[in-house]
Design a protein around this ligand. Structure first.
Ligand code: HEM
Length: 514
């Protein structure tokens, strides 16, 4: 008998595969009696991954127009759903916060924080110590926005970091147009180091630079639905094996760095330090009772601190890069801010407590968040048990993508969504003045929602407000005519402006004296 050709074998295989999928989708009983959400046809081995392209948030957005606010895809062997409008996202992440609050169990997550990641893990798999350190961290971050004394201190150290940053930018851009990213990243990182460890670094410090480089490696590998996790077989190729090895090394370095700082603080803390903790680490040591801590607990503290550091260190600076990008694109916005500050604050430097008096700056920052959607797809969630959503059956363990970009570009909510217009976030108050439009603030999405909502949002908003207000009050920005600012973004876990080059001049004595 003649053997079938390779072509015939492939055709047969494809037919069996289609038949299997059709049977599986149509006839396998779903425990809740409901059908799965509509979905794309997945190809063997790769699923729908080739479709995503370099800007998955835009592809997801287009697919939502065809399939609706909830649909199914497959990346490699991993099944996922994509949620695209605010109502559906709230139904899942807020109404069913526990069920939708899980994380995937990806290989790359195992190498984070010595295997005890708080961010890339399920609450259910971690036990008591995990919850304790996470709760303590949340309490500390919450205090930054609620306690006036803490807020005053926060105002002072953010102001110091911002002014140092502006001076560095002025010096480095004295003769040439520069990309400000690196300096901004170091300024925001120093604020987080102060909060967590009570320590600041020189911008040229070797350990500090290596740490920031380790975070860059992290952001490059752990993007939403990264291939290295959804198609683990690609690691047979040397390029991907090398990426994974570099990632493991960087994550080890990051954890070791945090652990060293925690150990230093634990051994040098006096009773007085523990009585009035000045940073997160001391506060966590204190919360452990008598201040004596085990190696395991130290590991936990290092884990949560370095994760908070990493989470805030890519996002906040990226948001500030966009703020500068928009200020270069719309110089009139900067002029209006200068006038507002002049009227409401006068010559002194603005503070966090001036925020209610400067609603236009707040509105501008919110419009920057909306239009740039810096973290377009939230860190993927996973369902912790099977459930129903919008009438569909949702299996346990499915990956859940929240497309924040779609929410921010919804034309039914944001007329002419491509237009940059801070006025969307303003309305008239009772006395006829301008105030923030809280309804609009509730309609965009950048910090996610529910159980995993970003715990650093108040800190991020505070940092960005102060940095923007001080910049607008005291500086002039000049775009590089050879590389004019644009809305093009470099894709990744966060979206960064592609073309950001400038010169910065400080023109008030107030800052020079600082
Ligand atoms: C503009 C700045 C920021 C943006 C846009 C942002 C956005 C986000 C988003 C979208 C998530 C994922 C939530 C989810 O899984 O659904 C997240 C998580 C997180 N963020 Fe932020 N973030 C920012 C700044 C910060 C800062 C400054 C900190 C630290 C103080 C921080 C700490 C965290 C942590 C610890 C998580 C993990 C929460 C968890 O898994 O339970 N973020 N952030």
């Amino acid at each position: 008998m003649e053997l079938p050709s390779l072509f015939e074998v492939l055709v047969l295989f494809a037919l069996f595969y289609v038949a299997f999928l059709t049977y599986n989708n149509l006839f396998c009983p779903k425990p809740s009696g409901k059908q799965l959400p509509p979905g794309l046809f997945p190809w063997p081995v790769v699923g729908n991954a080739p479709l995503l392209g370099s800007e998955p948030h835009k592809t997801f957005h287009e697919l939502a127009e065809k399939y609706g606010p909830i649909y199914r895809i497959k990346l490699g062997s991993v099944k996922a759903i994509v949620l695209s409008d605010l109502k559906t996202i709230k139904q899942a992440l807020v109404k069913q916060r526990q069920v939708f609050g899980g994380r995937m169990r990806f290989e790359t997550y195992k190498y984070l924080q010595n295997g005890i990641s708080n961010v890339f893990n399920d609450v259910s798999t971690q036990g008591e110590v995990w919850s304790k350190t996470k709760l303590e961290m949340l309490r500390h971050l919450h205090n930054l926005s609620t306690s006036t004394t803490v807020r005053k201190k926060m105002n002072d150290f953010i102001t110091d970091d911002v002014i140092y940053m502006l001076k560095k930018l002025e010096i480095t851009s004295e003769t040439n147009f520069v990309n400000p990213e690196d300096i901004i990243r170091k300024a925001a990182a120093n604020t987080l180091c102060t909060i967590c460890f009570g320590k600041r670094y020189d911008y040229d410090d070797k350990d500090f630079c290596e740490l920031l480089q380790a975070n860059e490696v992290f952001s490059a590998v752990v993007s939403a639905g990264a291939m290295i996790d959804t198609m683990p077989w690609i690691r047979v190729f040397p390029k991907h094996r090398q990426i994974l090895e570099a990632y493991k090394k960087a994550m080890k370095y990051r954890h070791k760095w945090a652990l060293k700082l925690v150990e230093e603080i634990a051994t040098s803390s006096t009773d007085k330090d523990l009585l009035e903790p000045k940073n997160v680490v001391t506060s966590m040591i204190k919360s452990n009772g008598n201040g004596k801590i085990t190696t395991k607990y130290m590991d936990q503290i290092a884990s949560i601190c370095s994760e908070v550091f990493a989470a805030g260190q890519d996002t906040t600076p990226t948001a500030f890069n966009w703020i500068i990008n928009y200020l270069l694109l719309y110089p009139n916005v900067m002029k209006r801010m200068k006038n507002d500050i002049n009227e409401a604050v006068g010559d002194r430097l603005p503070t966090l407590f001036d925020r209610p008096k400067l609603p236009y700056i707040d509105a501008f920052i919110h419009e920057t968040f909306r239009q740039s959607s810096i973290l377009p797809i939230s860190i993927p969630h996973a369902t912790l048990k099977q459930t129903a959503l919008c009438g569909y059956h949702i299996p346990q363990g499915i990956m859940v993508f929240v497309n924040q970009y779609s929410v921010n570009r919804d034309p039914n909510v944001w007329p002419d969504p491509e237009k940059f217009d801070p006025m969307r976030f303003l309305c008239k108050d009772e006395s006829g003045g301008m105030t923030m439009n809280s309804e609009a603030v509730d309609k965009y999405l950048i910090f996610s929602m529910g159980l995993r909502k970003c715990p650093g949002l108040d800190l991020a908003k505070g940092w960005l407000f102060l940095a923007t207000a001080i910049l607008a009050q005291t500086c002039e920005l000049m775009p590089d005519p050879a590389h004019p600012p644009s809305l093009d973004a470099i894709p990744g876990l966060t979206l960064r402006p592609r073309c950001l080059r400038l010169k910065l001049r400080i023109n008030t004595l107030e800052v020079q004296k600082h």
